[in-house]
Ligand binder design. Structure first.
Ligand code: BG6
Length: 484
């Protein structure tokens, strides 16, 4: 990880919600334990509920105890840490709230605003912050510190609403002040895609249409919609997972190497991939049996909880190579995995028992839960003859680096935002391009199949239709990461 940023006020809107308790304060606590938060950093929670500072601290302590990577008993920091946490009740659309906020924010003079409220409130909060002088026009001189805003997903509901939100933001803030969060980009193993590709010489020459047969990106979840039925039934899997996480993973796999690791250089390359995505997308969408009976779900809902897409990146590197993306709730396992399947050898001189085919080389990036990298290749089976067998060469983070060393995504992203590094955050154009791909797929589903959804059994890998999507069945979905 990096060096310590300047001290700042972290102001969390939506502070009585789950995200603050489960992710944000635990991440700040762990950063502090690791000595990465500078002395004097303060956390101010804002929400509508009336809570005392002590009440808010108690709530956040429970979160830190349950969810922090480094818990209070490991680093013994809480008694001091808690003194820097405070709370202010406020109504988000009332200028009076922001007047009081100004009075509360004395030193340090750097402010990181975190929008963790329901997304419908983002425009109001942005506008009020801007009008109260916290936006681009609020900085009178260079000594008055920085102001940055982190915005949680979902960023818009479709392309049009995302554009509208971007316009609203740009009325009051400059783009460089905005950090649109995608927690997948904060995952260590996701960042390792860049290291694997651009710090090694052996993969990149093969990383193109001449050697790659296809790419698969799987984000499977075992859980259903849990307590988020109200949100999820309106969103569905394409808005919840594809528009952000899966598209970002695709961009990291497909992008050209930037010349420096720097926010705009990185995001320029990702944007070029999104611009090259072919608008025609084949898709399968489905809903798990029992979804309609879950809390907060419309009993006639046609919202998909699973989707598989076939995408093409129409550029010199990738022309003709399908990228298969799939994600769903209530699947057989919790796993995020990216598989690069290479082409077969042009001619095989060895006999294959039974006359079949040999398994091609597959490089699997295991993003979670057993973080690592696997490479499948052929070896000679010991003994007489020349029979071959596919074996796996594996790297596991835990083996090489030890347990509990992988930072939580929010630790990394909060620290980056404090340091002014937006490399792992989405830019306005990137968000809109991702919507431009996903929006038509959602609309097509609503038009054609939404009235007659496909269903799948919980605990499986989704509907059979998804197998057919893979080139009529000659390719198959891969499960090469641990846990299968
Ligand atoms: C969130 C989605 O962005 O990502 C959730 O809203 C999903 O529905 C979650 O469960 C998955 O994240 P992770 O880090 O557990 O893979």
């Amino acid at each position: 990880m990096k060096t310590r940023p300047d001290p700042c006020h972290v102001v969390i809107f939506g502070a009585s919600g789950d995200l603050t308790r489960r992710k944000l304060v635990p991440a700040l606590h762990t950063l502090s334990c690791e000595g990465l938060l500078p002395r004097g950093t303060k956390v101010l929670g804002i929400a509508r509920s009336s809570l005392t500072d002590a009440g808010f601290r108690k709530r956040t302590y429970e979160g830190v105890e349950s969810y922090a990577r480094l818990k209070p008993d490991v680093c013994n920091l809480w008694p001091n840490f808690k003194n820097n946490i405070s709370y202010m009740a406020g109504v988000y659309d009332d200028p009076e709230t922001y007047g009081r906020l100004k009075e509360r924010l004395d030193r340090p003079v750097n402010y990181l605003f975190y929008l963790a409220t329901p997304p419908g409130l983002y425009p109001v909060i942005i506008e009020q912050l801007g009008k109260a002088g916290f936006g681009k026009n609020g900085l009178k001189d260079k000594d008055s510190g920085w102001r940055r805003v982190i915005i949680e997903k979902p960023f818009g509901h479709d392309l049009q609403s995302a554009k509208k939100l971007n316009d609203k933001i740009h009325e009051y803030f400059d783009e460089h002040q905005i950090y649109r969060i995608d927690h997948y980009l904060g995952k260590e193993t996701v960042q390792n895609i860049l290291t694997l590709r651009f710090a090694n010489a052996i993969f990149e020459p093969l990383w193109n249409r001449n050697y790659v047969d296809h790419v698969q990106i799987t984000v499977g979840e075992k859980v259903g919609v849990e307590h988020r039925g109200g949100y999820y039934d309106k969103a569905g899997v394409l808005r919840d997972m594809f528009q952000n996480h899966l598209v970002q993973l695709l961009a990291l796999i497909a992008m050209e190497p930037p010349s420096v690791y720097e926010a705009d250089a990185m995001r320029d390359e990702k944007v070029k991939v999104l611009q090259a995505l072919r608008p025609e997308v084949r898709s399968v969408q489905a809903q798990y049996y029992g979804y309609r009976k879950e809390k907060g779900i419309n009993p006639d809902s046609t919202t998909p909880t699973y989707a598989a897409l076939e995408l093409f990146v129409d550029n010199w590197r990738w022309r003709g190579v399908p990228f298969y993306l799939r994600s769903g709730k209530k699947l057989a396992a919790k796993v995020t995995e990216i598989a690069i399947q290479f082409k077969k050898v042009p001619h095989l001189m060895f006999p294959v028992p039974g006359g079949g085919d040999i398994t091609p080389n597959i490089l699997s990036l295991c993003i979670q839960p057993d973080e690592g990298i696997h490479l499948k290749f052929q070896t000679k089976k010991p003994g007489a003859g020349m029979a071959t067998r596919s074996v796996d060469m594996e790297f596991h983070y835990a083996q090489d680096f030890g347990d509990n060393v992988l930072p939580e995504a929010y630790e990394r992203l909060l620290l980056d935002a404090m340091q002014g590094d937006a490399s792992l955050f989405a830019r306005a154009d990137g968000i809109e391009l991702a919507w431009a791909v996903i929006d038509p797929v959602i609309k097509e589903w609503n038009k054609d199949s939404g009235l007659n959804p496909v269903f799948y059994e919980p605990g499986t890998w989704g509907p059979e239709e998804a197998d057919v999507l893979l080139n009529g069945g000659s390719r198959s979905w891969l499960h090469d990461c641990a846990g299968h």
